[in-house]
Design a protein around this ligand. Structure first.
Ligand SMILES: NC(=O)c1ccc[n+]([C@@H]2O[C@H](COP(=O)([O-])OP(=O)(O)OC[C@H]3O[C@@H](n4cnc5c(N)ncnc54)[C@H](OP(=O)(O)O)[C@@H]3O)[C@@H](O)[C@H]2O)c1
Length: 326
């Protein structure tokens, strides 16, 4: 099979389109012929040597994909060869074939095309596990999504609207904010020009839930932006890892701070999240209120160009790599 390998840690040019042996599914796993795979910000960090794969995971990039099951490992009974699926991966998606634990498979929801479904597993599992299962976002509340125009952000906007909440977003330009508005965002904040704390407090009396990709740099201001009883869900460290938490402010608001990664979780926990996504979020996708937002599809061999595009914030939503033979 063809796959993208990393020659050495570095800039996008270190990505190489290479011929590798096909992987073999073990017990409880399936082999997928990949249709497309999603590109995530974490892939850029892994390429730079800043985000090593968890123990036992494929060393290849790629945290999600869609495709067709071509082989079943021992003990897999709930899927068939020929089933079209999408999958949450711990790695290995930047390839023509990938092995996946069966518990991390999802059916293609509704009318979504097979390649486009590759844009869903990582954002769906991240947003659902942090915002709904963790922070218990409820109809009538206000959700603040930092980075509303990104892969995670565009999905979180739709989930928030489908759940009946007011959605506020931050983004780096008015053009990107306008795209967020078209997806349903209610409160638009240009983080280069406006103070998100002032805007969210004035427009909504604070946020009940904040989905944060920035980490330390926003920690204190995020606490200031929380409503009483608010929940801060940190999923990224684009603004560094170490910050100072003002417990007095948090205590006064009876707030909470949680931080969770998806990739390193045990398979059983991922299975629980995938099951919740299938049961509760997939009906929203089937009903059309949540859709994959695909900005661009590039051939797998052009993975380096995809990384450059994501790095330059040129992508609204997701960028996919197609493994289809041309
Ligand atoms: N914990 C987990 O399990 C998990 C899972 C998936 C992703 N993540 C994390 O979630 C984050 C988003 O991932 P992604 O794949 O959606 O990446 P992405 O598409 O590249 O989006 C990154 C976003 O960050 C925004 N941003 C940059 N600087 C900002 C600032 N100062 N204030 C607010 N927003 C800012 C960008 O906004 P503009 O482009 O508008 O400037 C962009 O929308 C990443 O940090 C990733 O590592 C975590």
């Amino acid at each position: 099979m063809h796959a993208i390998t990393i020659r050495e840690s570095g800039d996008p040019d270190v990505l190489e389109y290479t011929e590798l042996a096909d992987p073999t599914p073990g017990a409880g796993e399936v082999l997928l012929d990949v249709a497309a795979s999603g590109v995530n910000r974490a892939d850029l960090m892994q390429r730079q040597g800043l985000y090593p794969p968890p123990e036992g995971a494929s060393p290849l990039l790629g945290l999600e994909c869609s495709g067709t099951i071509s082989e079943l490992g021992p003990g897999v009974t709930e899927w068939q060869v020929g089933d079209e699926v999408c999958a949450l991966l711990a790695g290995g998606g930047y390839a023509e074939r990938v092995v996946v634990p069966a518990v991390q498979l999802l059916p293609i929801p509704g009318e979504v095309a097979l390649p486009a479904a590759a844009a869903l597993p990582e954002v769906a599992c991240t947003v659902w596990s942090n915002v709904v299962m963790g922070a218990r976002l409820t109809a009538g509340e206000t959700l603040l999504v930092h980075g509303g125009a990104g892969g995670i952000g565009t999905h979180a906007i739709q989930v928030g609207k489908a759940l009946g909440v007011t959605v506020a977003v931050t983004a780096g330009s008015d053009e990107r904010l306008d795209q967020c508005r078209q997806l349903g965002a209610d409160i638009l904040i240009n983080y280069r020009e406006q103070d998100f704390v002032a805007v969210i407090n004035e427009r909504a009396g604070g946020a009940d839930v904040i989905l944060d990709n920035i980490g330390a740099k926003y920690l204190d201001r995020n606490i200031d932006a929380l409503a009483t009883g608010g929940r801060l869900a940190i999923i990224g460290m684009q603004g560094c890892a170490k910050g100072e938490l003002n417990i007095a402010k948090l205590l006064g608001k009876r707030g909470s701070v949680a931080a969770a990664g998806l990739r390193g979780r045990p398979e059983a926990e991922k299975g629980t999240i995938v099951r919740a996504v299938r049961e509760q979020l997939w009906p929203l996708v089937e009903g059309g209120s949540v859709q994959p937002i695909v900005a661009e599809v590039m051939p797998l061999a052009q993975a380096a160009d995809a990384h450059r595009a994501l790095d330059q914030s040129r992508i609204f939503g997701k960028i996919l790599l197609s493994a289809a033979k041309s």
